[in-house]
Write a new protein. Structure first.
Length: 179
């Protein structure tokens, strides 16, 4: 029998000073059995960094043709495609062809520079692609904030995010690799 996803509830308050976007979101996040707390919390970070009323979570890591998050226009076009990790360039190429903007949040410590050295030149040709690296220390601290019911506050200024909850706080400064 296949394991079911674990459901997490997150109350997320976003104060994005860079985009002048201030909103509260009641989010339900399904964590696939093979997904770590770190990756799930990075999805919440990506949501906060790109928050909008139409931004939504994809069906998860078991669905190859959907992103981790996406924003669709009222007409159904994909305005923003957000992925996490270090995917194969073919996946990113397809995303860039389907969406107006694509954001990739890389994580994984030492593996990211190796992946970027191997694929960065091929990915740099896409004008609609932004690639950002999340520092390993920050993603590890975010993982420690995971709880079945979370009340999170995220303040964004100068491209940096400050996450806080009852479990503590963490500053995340994504490093721009491309875009």
């Amino acid at each position: 029998m296949a394991q079911k996803s674990t459901v997490f509830k997150a109350s997320l308050n976003v104060a994005d000073l860079d985009r002048q976007h201030y909103a509260d979101y009641a989010l339900t996040v399904a964590r696939h059995p093979s997904e770590t707390d770190e990756r799930m919390m990075l999805r919440l970070l990506a949501f906060a960094l790109d928050a909008s009323e139409r931004l939504a979570f994809g069906r998860g890591i078991s669905t190859a043709d959907e992103p981790d998050l996406w924003c669709r226009s009222l007409g159904g076009e994909i305005e923003l495609w957000v992925d996490l990790g270090t995917p194969e360039p073919e996946r990113i190429r397809k995303a860039c062809a389907r969406a107006r903007r694509v954001k990739l949040y890389c994580y994984g410590g030492r593996a990211v520079p190796v992946w970027w050295a191997r694929h960065g030149k091929a990915l740099a040709r896409f004008d609609n692609l932004a690639v950002l690296e999340i520092p390993a220390a920050a993603s590890g601290q975010l993982a420690g904030m995971a709880a079945s019911n979370m009340a999170l506050q995220c303040t964004i200024e100068g491209g940096e995010a400050w996450f806080s909850s009852a479990a503590g706080h963490v500053q995340v400064a994504p490093m721009v690799l491309n875009g």
